[in-house]
Write a protein that binds this ligand. Structure first.
Ligand SMILES: [Zn+2]
Length: 477
């Protein structure tokens, strides 16, 4: 098999071949790869091959338009960086930012060293005689390994295998497997022949897994049309690469980094109303159970848990939410179903949340009657229109009170499950409502004190204006 570099060696000058096989040996070993997550981050250096005047392979397609390897892999690298940066605790560095320069091989490896990278991924496109198709990955032959775990080769093969699989499964690129190639000139410190390709060799010398992916053949019409002739296809290549790293390294999306309700989520976490999961996820779009909603409200109000018994057949004392549900039931915040159940594990719907939040405010002394104005204001709101009959008033109240502000990107859907992010919205809006509402519901008029038993009576013949004649009880006149 001949690779892009080698192909160019025969087609063009030897200088480009040197670009991939050239010397990195003067590089002092500064970094030794251990556990990729030891520092809490997966760090990858992306190396778009070639650049500057060293355009890499190339081919003319469609009316003579010339496609250069260096420019295409730059685009793939940009897409790949964008994709990977959506993941949690991932740092992405590039060996070049545009097409203006072609860093030396040693600089490319050095970038991986400087950044404590867990992987150097060199991106290339292959070329031969127009007839060959498919992808292959260049990895170390494993003759030298300075890492404590001696796992450079297995790591490189693991990542390489994952990439080849995704390229095949997602795009249909033929899997040509690994390529190992030894130098015939350079030896490793243990005197064994070094890996031929500079990026691979530099990685080995520094104990960084470093692989070179030949994604497909740029000069093959089928490969070109399958993978390279549109931005969408270049993006798909990057996505396949990214997904392979995601699977191999177990990367997870930072789900709320770009979430519409991120500010609300951040605020709720700051307030410790909701926390993320122990693995760092927040799962903003997951549902919330009825038990959780009640528990959150209690935490929101910082109210001690009730000690009464929840009168629901499906809320046993042994459950973590028992005290929360008892508290809410004792205040009339939740009433459960006519079957006598509370259905604690059911997902709470938007309209159920509206009812519970309104009852919460009522129990805290707020006036939750739906004013005529509120009923008018919310009449045209589809959120109210489509609510269940028992929830319509609560929806109208909550909408009018601003409790659903920002809740929904589009029209409010009362029957939809509330998400964790949306519950953050409700709690924040609830806090604002309470903060801006100095007056609470007027206390009912106290029962008038009973008249004290008089110890005297007034002369029934008394005429106002006259002197009052007090007649002790028990005497008659
Ligand atoms: Zn190349």
């Amino acid at each position: 098999m001949i690779l892009c570099a080698a192909a160019l060696l025969s087609l063009a000058s030897g200088a480009l071949a040197d670009e991939e096989s050239g010397s990195v040996d003067e590089l002092e070993s500064q970094y030794v790869y251990t556990d990729p997550w030891a520092d809490g981050y997966f760090i990858v250096t992306l190396d778009p091959g070639h650049g500057g005047k060293t355009t890499g392979g190339g081919a003319s397609w469609y009316g003579g338009k010339y496609y250069e390897e260096g420019k295409l892999v730059m685009k793939i690298a940009d897409y790949l960086k964008e994709e990977l940066e959506q993941y949690w605790h991932v740092k992405v560095y590039m060996t070049r930012e545009d097409n203006s320069t072609a860093p030396e091989l040693i600089e490319r490896v050095q970038k991986g060293v400087e950044t404590d990278s867990d992987l150097v991924l060199s991106l290339h496109l292959n070329g031969l005689n127009g007839k060959k198709q498919g992808a292959c990955v260049l990895v170390t032959g494993g003759k030298y390994d300075p890492t404590p775990n001696k796992n450079l080769k297995s790591t490189e093969e693991g990542v390489g295998r994952a990439i080849l699989k995704e390229l095949h499964d997602q795009i249909g690129i033929k899997n040509n497997g690994f390529l190992y190639r030894d130098s015939t000139e350079t030896r490793y410190p243990n005197n064994k022949w070094a890996d031929y390709y500079g990026i691979i060799r530099g990685g080995v010398l520094n104990g960084i897994p470093s692989i070179l992916v030949e994604h497909c053949y740029l000069d093959n019409k089928k490969d070109f049309e399958l993978t390279l002739n549109s931005e969408a296809k270049l993006k798909a290549l990057a996505k396949a690469d990214a997904d392979a790293l995601v699977k191999y390294y177990g990367l997870r999306k930072d789900e709320y980094g770009s979430h519409r309700l991120k500010d609300y989520i951040d605020y709720a976490r700051e307030k410790a109303w909701l926390q993320g999961y122990s693995n760092g996820d927040f799962r903003p779009d997951s549902e919330v159970t009825r038990a959780t909603m009640v528990s959150l409200l209690r935490r929101f109000g910082d109210v001690p848990a009730g000690d009464g018994k929840a009168e629901f057949s499906d809320v046993p004392e042994s459950k973590w939410y028992h005290d929360d549900v008892s508290w809410a039931a004792s205040l009339g915040i939740v009433k459960g179903y006519s079957s006598g159940e509370f259905k604690p594990d059911s997902d709470i719907t938007t309209e159920q949340a509206a009812v519970i939040v309104r009852e919460y405010l009522y129990s805290a002394g707020y006036d939750t009657t739906v004013t005529k104005a509120a009923a008018e204001n919310t009449k045209a709101d589809t959120g109210v229109e489509y609510a269940s009959a028992w929830a319509r008033e609560a929806m109208a109240f909550c909408i009018d009170a601003g409790l659903f502000k920002d809740y929904s990107a589009g029209a409010l859907d009362p029957g939809s499950d509330a998400t964790r992010a949306q519950v953050c919205v409700i709690l924040k809006n609830l806090e604002d409502y309470i903060a801006n509402r100095a007056s609470v519901r007027p206390e009912p008029e106290p029962e008038p004190e009973p008249e004290p038993e008089p110890s005297f009576r007034i002369d029934p013949n008394y005429i106002p204006g006259d002197e009052i004649i007090v007649i002790p009880w028990g005497t008659t006149k």
